[in-house]
Ligand binder design. Structure first.
Ligand SMILES: Nc1ncnc2c1ncn2[C@@H]1O[C@H](COP(=O)(O)OP(=O)(O)OP(=O)(O)O)[C@@H](O)[C@H]1O
Length: 297
């Protein structure tokens, strides 16, 4: 598997087909999303099956995210959320079915995928990772790849503007080593935003971050949503995004068990302190409960 990983934490390799869009005004790094054909949604998985060794992790998953939609991907620990996102960006192999971004099969035609339109923030990675770099340098790395080894002045201004989008304009020159987990997450999101993406894939962006960073991120996502960016965000609970999420896809044991209006969480699962790592009974719904109340997040 040699598919490039868009907007990932590690600087994009030279093989990454990143061709950043022409610089916009430094003050407005995120332009309105480029329209996509009505028949080619930014994200579409069709009959997607992923296997790891002897285990089948995803079982024929069908899911799509349309232009400008903000969709939550929910499910208990181990239900396959991260695996689905990784399959969509080509970092885990597809056994059967298709994972498409902007209508291009990621597995069979990774170099035809318009990666410059995609921002990806993986789960729980550090922006520092032991590498000494400033926040600005980490964000600038989101513009590298596709033979581009330096960002130039316009790229630097875009990176500064992306940091401003996540409320870290005044921290651009500081080492990310000293940032809190939430601030590092914001730097990585700025790294995805600097590509001016039409699609953002976020894997648990709120995990382990402070409330101020959560509110900042929610504000950033609201702005992007207002500009027409499609967003697929892995969450454990809707939390600060509850007012923004239009549709939720819920996975259980690698299968889609709900695709529609955001469900109400099972009792206790919307508590930020809830430990999601516990067995989930698969008993039939009780008669007095609406189906959506049975969904474990
Ligand atoms: N590289 C791997 N090799 C083997 N099994 C894996 C691998 N990666 C993930 N899995 C398994 O696949 C299942 C789904 O994992 P995944 O990380 O996609 O779940 P998730 O819903 O994102 O969970 P969480 O909310 O804890 O992040 C789990 O049982 C996990 O142990």
């Amino acid at each position: 598997m040699s598919a490039p990983v868009p907007g990932s934490a590690a600087p994009a390799s030279p093989a990454t087909p990143t061709s950043p869009a022409a610089p916009t005004s430094p003050a407005t790094p995120i332009s309105p999303a480029t329209p996509t054909s009505a028949t080619t949604p930014p994200v579409r998985a069709r009959g997607l099956t992923v296997r790891m060794g002897a285990s089948t992790i995803l079982h024929g998953v069908d899911v799509a995210v349309a232009d400008g939609e903000m969709v939550a991907l929910l499910g208990a620990n181990g239900s396959g959320k991260s695996t689905l996102v990784k399959a969509l960006v080509g970092v885990v192999p597809v056994a059967t079915g298709r994972a498409e971004l902007f209508g291009v099969d990621v597995a069979t035609a990774p170099r035809r995928v318009p990666w410059q339109r995609v921002g990806y923030v993986p789960q729980r990675v550090s922006a520092a990772s032991g590498v000494p770099a400033t926040a600005l340098e980490v964000v600038e790395s989101g513009l590298l790849g596709g033979g581009r080894l330096r960002v130039g002045r316009a790229g630097r201004e875009r990176a500064r503007a992306a940091l401003a989008e996540v409320g870290l304009a005044d921290r651009a020159g500081e080492s990310v080593q000293i940032f809190s987990g939430g601030q590092q997450q914001r730097v990585l999101i700025a790294r995805a935003l600097v590509r001016d993406p039409d699609l953002l894939l976020l894997d648990e962006p709120f995990a382990g971050i402070d409330q101020a960073s959560k509110e900042s991120l929610a504000g950033t996502l609201a702005t992007l949503h207002g500009r027409g960016t499609a967003v697929l965000v892995v969450l454990h609970e809707l939390g600060d995004l509850a007012g923004l999420i239009e549709r939720a896809v819920v996975l259980r044991h690698g299968r889609v068990v709900h695709d529609g209006a955001p469900p109400h969480p099972a009792r206790g699962h919307d508590d930020p302190a809830h430990d999601h790592v516990h067995p989930h009974a698969d008993e039939a719904p009780r008669a007095h409960e609406a189906p959506e109340l049975r969904v474990e997040l």
